[in-house]
Write a protein that binds this ligand. Sequence first.
Ligand SMILES: C=C(OP(=O)(O)O)C(=O)O
Ligand SMILES: [Mg+2]
Length: 422
Amino acid sequence: MSIDITMLRAIEILDSRARPTLSVTVELAGGAVARAGVPSGASTGSGEAVELRDGDPARYGGQGVRTAVGHVNGEIAGAVCGRSFADQAALDQALIDLDGTPNKSRLGANALIGVSMAVARAAAAQRDVPLWRYLGPDGVSPLLPVPHFNVLNGGAHATNPLDFQEFMIAPLGAPDLAEAVRAGAEVYAALRRRLSEGGHSTGLGDEGGFAPDLTRPEEALTLLVAAIEDAGYTPGRDGVAIALDPAASEFRQPGGTYHVGGEKLTSDDLIARYRRIVEDFPVWSIEDGLGEDDHDGWVRLTEQLGERVQLVGDDNFVTNPTVIAHAIEDGIANASLIKLNQIGTVTETLHAMAVCRQAGYGAMVSHRSGETEDSFIADLAVGSGCGQIKTGAPARGERAAKYNRLLEIAAHHPELPFGLRP
Ligand SMILES: C=C(OP(=O)(O)O)C(=O)O
Ligand SMILES: [Mg+2]
């Protein structure tokens, strides 16, 4: 069934940080209509596809979201409306060709991903299949992913002194998705109690996790383990484990040292710190443990910890299939984070996941710190069978929307298995 676009329209809306972003609506011949909301990150990798948005002009080239909206309603609509595309890949290739730059900076990655996501959703509706089934590659079994709830925020997502950006709980031992979501909610509530009893703030960071005035990551981990126990779960892989995203590029200094809780650390110091953390706490996954430019450090980190924990590349991989393929050759990390807007089309995102799958690398689908109520990534995680998703705290509408979509898929499809990819 071809994709025949009859109408394409974008408007400017707000994201969860009250910053502008795009909503894109598409209509296909036959009447299917669908909409997509475009997310936006704060701790971005330098190799990400370039979004046109408001903010620091030095970073965004001074072009705002309205420019991206104008591109959708003008040049992109002019090029795709009335045309017939064989499939999603053909539509996405047409978008890439129309933009004509290697990093989607002319029309804007936010314009392109909005169109690509809206078309995918409309094409699924036209075929009368759920989005996750439309996105699922041939020969890949769908899987309900283990949710990773970011319950403590620091770094670029909060104004507290905590340098590590994300402390997530991962109910790896849950029997099904509904129980995993329940564990996330219960540990979140227990953590709120612990924090307020300890005199800490329960104010929230950008992803809905608490942002208390803690300094050392180990203090945060100690509280998290206590909250897991308070909620009646066993800390660890058989119960509720912990995943970290230090987002180390954000605290790497120009000379190459890392500043963590007031201490200056070399790459090897930081790797040694992670080794101790993994010994002392039930941490099963570390994302962006080192900075995006610290290639040699990443090789040593992978040699020393790659057998023991999942090591996820985000800022350094930017969901780019070519970059991930090189990293696999170089022995860097053993998993990739997957963010649609880092690369800019649905097809390239699926390609990045295929590269991971073929190499035996893990893949974790991710939201951005700036989100909308769009739940596309829930379907992407299920259809791709990657077994993992992170989409913030189990609170706040824009994060809960993704967990609720997973619950809906699970309820309607009890035949779908749950868990990490085998
Ligand atoms: C989700 C993340 O944050 P941001 O969207 O700010 O890049 C991340 O770093 O993994
Ligand atoms: Mg990250």
